[in-house]
Design a protein around this ligand. Structure first.
Ligand SMILES: *[C@@H]1O[C@H](CO)[C@@H](O)[C@H](O)[C@H]1NC(C)=O
Ligand SMILES: *[C@@H]1O[C@H](CO)[C@@H](O)[C@H](O)[C@H]1NC(C)=O
Length: 485
């Protein structure tokens, strides 16, 4: 340094010195990011991840590996040993990243974890926690594991992790989007030949890009397990399917209204969790309680799906179209600047174990993204009264001119809305008779429906369809299919 400053009157050396200073500054900036200094400012970590490697959710008519019990002894859609290992590794990574911020010993004061209501996400979370919190004062000298409580959201009520709830308004705009949007039309037209090729070879009834999802699901899982794919599916087929699904991943939350109804509840939860820590929920004990359960915890974890990651990232404006891999983790950190005491948010995305997580920056917020700004830009995307915005009031029962006895909405754990309706006994009887005659009619038409028409639903890895597959194959229901019925 001395040498350089003495010679600083020489122009080239002045440039060199400038560069050196910049380099040193840059280097110290990247270093402190990972070191203790950063931890001093950390206030809350929220980790949302996809489950680990799993068996396929579907099979297809011409699948050479269609004999599930031979090739996938865990059962359809179940976590594999490899998946457990990926999650254990993610847990170890989180331990290393937050060691010191999190105590060495598990305590309920620091951690609160929630899973979607699926075997593979629950098992993933358990494997992850085994890596994050190995036992310290062992409860048994021979067992390298300790129990840690975890919660699930019943799948019928889940509008956060594996969204499965009715939202008529959302379904209506989604249908419109799929049938009228130029984006959708173009991609379907551009890929007609490929879709026909896949349909013919696989025996799947596929007419749109979206219909190819089950094929991607199966082929991807098989290739991950070194099962050699049939000749027609080798070469470009799988990469092309992945590329197409990367695009369709943005469709469920394509417009702002779709974001608000479909991604908004989860975004709202993440923001509210941070508001509780940053003191923005103030004196409303109900709010504060529903979020942090009365305790300001240091880490909240959510075990979920690729569709969850795509949905929340696209809603936050940080999604680059891709297929989130197994055990991919979105890490939302709330920091407080030790000098200015301002809160700011950092979003890290670990979708590659061979490198440091990507630092994602919502375009509207910039970096560093102050929490105030974050609240401002996300506000329009968070529903105030989700049930109402979904038009949940206009239920199918209105069709029969039945009047609801009363209807209440209350807030449950994690800010979940619980919507309940009461019908009188006579109304129920009338409805029962109606339903009985309708179901007789339904039996007549159901065969046709199963053969021909496809619904407009999105395929994702959450296992919404295996039940059709099981019928084709005349086999009992498995795995996720069972959970759905
Ligand atoms: C598949 O093969 C690769 C390379 O030979 C190997 O590293 C990997 O462990 C195999 N995967 C499985 C699930 O057997
Ligand atoms: C990982 O995430 C980055 C940032 O969003 C994205 O550009 C990349 O394609 C992703 N890669 C994989 C393997 O998911």
């Amino acid at each position: 340094m001395i040498l350089i400053s003495e010679a600083s009157s020489y122009f080239p050396l002045r440039i060199a010195r400038g560069l050196l200073v910049i380099l040193v500054l840059l280097q110290s900036a990247t270093c402190t990011k990972l070191e203790a200094a950063k931890r001093d400012s950390l206030q809350l970590v929220q980790v949302l991840f996809r489950h680990g490697d799993r068996a396929p959710t579907y099979t297809y008519p011409n699948d050479p590996y269609g004999d599930i019990s031979t090739y996938w002894p865990e059962g359809l859609a179940q976590l594999t040993n490899r998946g457990k290992m990926q999650q254990y590794e993610l847990g170890r990574y989180l331990r290393q990243r937050y060691d010191g911020y999190l105590g060495e010993k598990y305590t309920q004061k620091e951690l609160y974890v929630t899973s979607s209501d699926m075997d593979r996400t629950i098992m993933s979370l358990e494997s992850n926690l085994a890596g994050l919190f190995p036992p310290v004062n062992k409860w048994n000298p021979n067992i390298e594991w300790q129990p840690i409580p975890l919660r699930t959201i019943p799948w019928k009520e889940d509008k956060l992790l594996h969204v499965n709830v009715r939202c008529p308004r959302y379904h209506e705009i989604r249908r419109n989007f799929l049938s009228t949007s130029d984006v959708v039309k173009k991609i379907n037209e551009d890929n007609q030949e490929f879709i026909q090729y896949c349909a013919e070879k696989s025996g799947l009834n596929a007419r749109t890009v979206k219909d190819l999802y089950p094929l991607l699901d199966v082929l991807y899982a098989q290739s991950q397990h070194n099962l050699s794919l049939p000749e027609w599916a080798q070469g470009d087929t799988l990469p092309k399917l992945i590329q197409l699904h990367s695009t369709t991943n943005t469709w469920p939350t394509y417009t702002d209204e779709m974001k608000r109804l479909w991604g908004g509840p989860l975004l709202g939860l993440l923001i509210k969790n941070m508001m509780a820590i940053a003191g923005h929920l103030g004196s409303n004990p109900e709010d504060a309680h529903s979020v942090s359960h009365g305790v300001n915890r240091k880490m909240l974890m959510y075990s979920a799906h690729d569709s969850t990651l795509a949905r929340i990232m696209n809603t936050m404006g940080v999604f680059e179209p891709h297929c989130p891999p197994y055990a991919a983790a979105l890490i939302v950190e709330l920091h407080r600047d030790p000098d200015t005491h301002e809160y700011y948010v950092e979003i890290h995305y670990r979708n590659d174990t061979t490198q440091a997580p990507y630092l994602l920056t919502p375009e509207k917020c910039g970096f560093p993204c102050s929490f105030r700004k974050m609240m401002e830009i996300t506000k329009p995307l968070i529903p105030v009264d989700w049930a109402k915005e979904c038009n949940l009031e206009s239920r199918p029962t209105d069709f029969f001119n039945l009047r609801m006895g009363s209807s209440t909405t209350s807030t449950g754990v994690d800010g979940e809305l619980i919507h309940s309706c009461y019908l009188s006994p006579s109304q129920l009887t009338l409805m029962g008779i109606g339903l009985f005659s309708m179901s007789a009619l339904a039996v007549l038409v159901i065969g046709k429906v199963l053969q021909g028409r496809k619904e407009d639903g999105y395929y994702d890895d959450s296992g919404s369809r295996p039940f059709f597959v099981s019928l084709w194959q005349n086999k009992p229901f498995y795995g996720a299919a069972y959970e759905k019925l």
